[in-house]
Design a protein around this ligand. Structure first.
Ligand code: NDP
Ligand code: 8X3
Length: 252
């Protein structure tokens, strides 16, 4: 029987690339996100290209009732979830703290921290019951360091870093693997969201060097989930070669 991976934020970027990589690896997929038409298109793609079955669950991770309802709707044969990729997340705005917008802060905190927790609270018990499971949390280099105007986004990713460590301790006795992945600059829709559809500003983020792409991160996830049962990557920081840390990018 095929293994099952549930991926949050599968409509775009890292999540979409991960869905394709895991379908290629022989997984069936539970694809989640808010843009249903993209999930349906991805389901069709992985079905045709990789013969992977996919279940589409369309909800907002910020809403605990929607999360619980979506997970409760998963049919019995799909509930043996081997891998949960907590990927849905975003940065909104890049303002100094004294000029920050509460609405932006709330979106980031509700999605990146609370959404990840709601998903984990629903899926982790299923894994503990079976004594099998691997949770991959998509953190960030912003979970390891703080950069100018990154304030609240960095705080949410520092929280993800801490939650990953806590999860690993709490579920140790159930044999659940927890892998925290911390990418630097990855070219996805991330900057378009951060800069609120200002495409010119978003494009500038990736100018003059080769950023990572979704497939780069998906391949690391694929590597992490295919290691033997006794091996767990705890924490993985990955940047473009041109990036030393959040503030040092060598641009030509
Ligand atoms: P994208 O914007 O391309 O993808 C973000 C995904 O998150 C989308 O599928 C989106 O789906 C989903 N999402 C956002 N909000 C919600 C919500 N409320 N409910 C459900 N799904 C939601 O960006 P990335 O692929 O780059 O981002 C993926 C993760 O990687 C994020 O956690 C981000 O913080 C992290 N990251 C990104 C880096 C980068 O440079 N790009 C670097 C380090 C970490 P939809 O809108 O359809 O709901
Ligand atoms: C995304 C990378 O440097 O914009 O998490 O925080 S960064």
């Amino acid at each position: 029987m095929k293994k099952i991976a549930l991926i949050t934020g599968a409509t775009s970027g890292i999540g979409r690339a991960t869905a394709i990589a895991l379908a290629d690896e022989g997984y069936n997929l539970i694809l989640t996100g808010r843009r249903k038409e993209r999930l349906d298109e991805l389901k069709e793609l992985v079905g045709i290209t990789y013969k992977a079955d996919a279940l589409v669950l369309n909800f907002d991770v910020r809403n605990p009732e929607e999360v619980a309802k979506a997970v409760a709707s998963i049919p019995a044969v799909w509930r043996k979830i081997d891998v949960l990729v907590n990927n849905a997340g975003l940065a909104v705005g890049l303002n100094p703290i004294q000029e920050g917008l509460l609405e932006d802060w709330e979106r980031m905190i509700d999605t990146n921290i609370k959404g990840l927790l709601y998903m984990t609270r629903e899926i982790a018990p299923l894994m503990c019951e079976r004594g099998v499971g691997h949770i991959i949390n998509i953190c960030s280099t912003a979970g390891k360091e703080v950069y100018p105007n990154g304030n609240v986004y960095c705080a949410t990713k520092h929280a993800v870093d801490a939650i990953s460590k806590g999860m690993r301790i709490d579920m140790l006795k159930y044999g659940i693997k927890v892998t925290n992945i911390c990418p630097g600059a990855v070219e996805t829709e991330f900057s378009i969201v951060r800069f609120k559809d200002d495409k010119e500003r978003a494009d500038k983020t990736y100018e003059g060097y080769t950023p990572l792409n979704g497939d780069d991160i998906a391949n690391l996830i694929r590597f992490a989930v295919t290691l033997p049962p006794h091996v767990c990557i705890n924490d993985l920081v990955v940047t473009p070669t041109a990036q030393a840390n959040a503030t040092n990018i060598h641009r030509k």
